[in-house]
Design a protein around this ligand. Structure first.
Ligand code: ADP
Ligand code: MG
Length: 482
C-alpha cells in the first residue's frame, strides 16, 4: 500500500484477552482442570449440565481475579451478580455461559506498555470479569463428524478488556507481553498461548487522523500467539484502509485469522449475531467482597514486574536493558539475587546469568553450578586471577561437575590461574614482536592497521596458554608498539 495513503489514517485497537486461571478445579464444579487429559474424563454432572445440578462458585477464582485487578489499579467491585449469556453450541452443555455482564469484578485500571518507539504508554482497561470456558469441538481432517471434548467446559477464565486505546500492532504485542508476564508473576495463569491458556480477540478499526469519531470495528477472534495478533492487525489495517479508499465503507463483522495465509476471513456479520439475552443467573447468589477479604488478598500480592525492574536497577545498579532481560524469567532473578549475596560484581553476575548459565540451562535443563561457586569465580575474574574466556570455557564446566569444589582450589589444580608476572608477559610481548616484523611495520605505519592489535594479543595469549592477564598484556603491547 502507498505509504502516504496509510499515513493519513490512525489505527485503533481494543483487545479482549482471555486468561485461563490456574485453579485446581473448575469455576463452578469440582472437576480437575489439567490440560491435555483424555477427552471427557473431567466431566462431573455439573459440567454436563444434568437437570437439577447447581453451580457453586470457586473462591480461588475470585481471589485470582481480584489480584489481577489490584495489580492493574482497577476498582474492585464489592457486590457482583453473575449473568447468563445464552447461545447454543455443542461444546456448551448448559446452553448458556455464566459470565459477568453488568457487574465485572474489576473496573478500569491500566497497564503500561512499550509503544515500540522507546516510550511507555499507559493503556486504560475497561474491565476484568470472571467467566467460564466452553468445551472444545474437535474437527478431524477428512472426517465429517465433529467430536466434543468437555474437559475444558467450566474451566475458570478472566477476560481483560482494554479501551480502544492501542495505536499499533506493536503496542498490541507489547500489551500482550505485559499481560502474560503479569499473570505469571501473580501465579494466576501459566500464560501459555500455544495451549490456549491465554487467548486474544483483537478489535480493529481505522480513522482519518484528526477525526474524533471511532471508525467501524472488525473483531478478529481467537488469536493464539502474539505474532498472529500483530499479523492479523496489520492485515486488517491495510484491508480496511483499502476499503475506505475504494468504497468508503466498512462492515462491522467478526473475522477469523488464518496463520497459513496471514489473512483474515469473514465469519459472521455483527448484525446477524446472536442476541445473547443476558440476565442474572438465579442459581448463584450475589457475591459480596468484604473489606477483610480484600485486605487478605492485597497482602498476598507479590512484587510486581515493574516494581522488580525498578528495584533491580536501584539496588544492583543494573541498566534498564539488563534488568529488563533478567526479569523476563523470575527463576533467573532468583538466581541472580542469590549469587549477589556473595559478590558485589552485579553487572558481571547478570552477564554470566544471561550468557553461559542460561546457555547451560537451555541445553541441559538445570543449572549445576552453585551460587557460591559462581560468585567465587566472578570474584576471581574481577581480581585479575582468571580471564573470562578461561573461566567460561574451563572452570565453569569443571565447577558444574563438582558442586563441592572451591573455585580457587579447582582453578589452581587445573592450572588456570592467570599470570600477573610482568616480566613473563614482557618476555612474551618481546617474542611476539620479534616473530612478526612485517605486521609490526604495518601496525606502526598505518592508522588503518590498528586492528592488528587483536592479532598480536591472540598470539600472546596463545603462547601464555591463556594465562596471561589480558589487561596487562594489552597495556604492555600497546606500549612497546608505540
Ligand atoms: P461490543 O459491543 O461489540 O462487544 P465493546 O464496546 O464491548 O464492543 O468493546 C469490545 C472491545 O472492542 C473493547 O476492547 C473495545 O476497546 C474495542 N472497541 C470498541 N470500539 C472499537 C473501535 N471502534 N475500534 C477498535 N476497537 C474498538
Ligand atoms: Mg462487549
Amino acid at each position: 500500500m502507498d505509504p502516504s495513503t496509510k499515513a493519513r489514517y490512525e489505527v485503533v485497537v481494543g483487545l479482549e484477552v482471555h486468561a485461563q486461571l490456574m485453579t485446581a478445579s473448575k469455576i463452578y464444579a469440582p472437576d480437575a482442570t489439567h490440560f491435555g487429559e483424555t477427552p471427557n474424563t473431567h466431566v462431573s454432572v455439573i459440567s454436563l449440565a444434568h437437570p437439577g445440578t447447581l453451580p457453586r462458585l470457586n473462591k480461588k477464582v475470585v481471589e485470582m481475579a481480584i489480584k489481577m485487578g489490584l495489580a492493574c489499579g482497577s476498582e474492585i467491585s464489592r457486590k457482583q451478580i453473575f449473568d447468563r449469556k445464552n447461545y447454543f453450541y455443542p461444546d456448551l452443555p448448559k446452553g448458556y455461559q455464566l459470565t459477568q455482564d453488568r457487574t465485572p469484578i474489576c473496573i478500569g485500571g491500566s497497564l503500561k506498555v512499550d509503544d515500540g518507539k522507546g516510550a511507555k504508554r499507559s493503556i486504560p482497561l475497561n474491565r476484568v470479569h470472571i467467566e467460564e470456558d466452553a468445551g472444545k469441538s474437535v474437527h478431524t481432517e477428512g472426517q465429517s463428524d465433529t467430536l466434543v471434548d468437555l474437559n475444558r467446559a467450566g474451566v475458570a477464565l478472566i477476560e481483560i478488556v482494554t479501551e480502544p486505546a492501542l495505536r499499533s500492532s506493536v503496542e498490541a504485542g507489547s500489551f500482550l507481553t505485559e499481560v502474560r508476564r503479569l499473570v505469571r508473576y501473580l501465579e494466576i495463569c501459566d500464560g501459555n498461548m500455544e495451549e490456549g491458556s491465554l487467548r486474544c480477540d483483537a478489535n480493529v478499526s481505522v480513522r482519518l487522523k484528526g477525526t474524533e469519531k471511532l471508525g467501524k470495528k472488525v473483531e478478529v477472534k481467537n488469536l493464539n500467539s502474539i505474532k498472529n495478533v500483530q499479523k492479523a492487525i496489520d492485515f486488517e489495517v491495510e484491508r480496511q484502509i483499502n476499503l475506505l479508499e475504494k468504497q468508503g465503507l466498512i462492515i462491522s463483522e467478526t473475522r477469523l485469522f488464518s496463520a497459513d495465509t496471514g489473512k483474515t476471513y469473514g465469519m459472521r456479520e455483527k448484525e446477524e449475531m446472536n442476541d445473547y439475552r443476558y440476565f442474572p443467573d438465579p442459581d448463584l447468589s450475589p457475591l459480596h467482597i468484604s473489606e477483610e477479604w480484600l485486605d487478605d488478598i492485597k497482602a498476598t500480592l507479590p512484587e510486581l514486574p515493574w516494581q522488580l525492574l525498578e528495584r533491580l536497577m536501584k539496588q544492583y545498579k543494573l541498566s534498564a536493558y539488563d534488568a529488563g532481560v533478567l526479569m523476563e524469567d523470575r527463576n533467573l532473578v532468583h538466581l541472580f539475587e542469590q549469587v549477589c549475596q556473595h559478590t558485589d560484581q552485579y553487572k558481571a553476575v547478570s552477564n554470566w546469568i544471561m550468557g553461559p548459565v542460561k546457555a547451560q540451562f537451555n541445553e541441559s535443563g538445570t543449572v549445576a553450578i552453585s551460587y557460591k561457586q559462581l560468585a567465587g569465580m566472578i570474584n576471581m575474574i574481577s581480581a585479575g586471577k582468571l580471564s573470562f574466556t578461561t573461566a567460561s570455557q574451563r572452570l565453569f564446566p569443571a565447577l558444574s561437575k563438582n558442586a563441592n569444589a572451591k573455585p580457587e582450589i579447582l582453578a589452581r589444580e587445573l592450572n588456570l590461574i592467570q599470570d600477573n608476572n610482568d616480566s613473563l608477559i614482557a618476555d612474551l610481548v618481546d617474542a611476539v614482536i620479534k616473530d612478526f616484523p612485517e605486521k609490526v611495520e604495518e601496525y606502526r605505519s598505518s592508522k588503518k592497521a590498528k586492528g592488528l592489535i587483536s592479532m598480536f594479543m591472540g598470539e600472546l595469549m596463545k603462547r601464555s596458554k591463556g594465562k596471561a592477564d589480558p589487561k596487562k598484556a594489552n597495556e604492555l603491547l600497546l606500549n612497546r608498539l608505540g
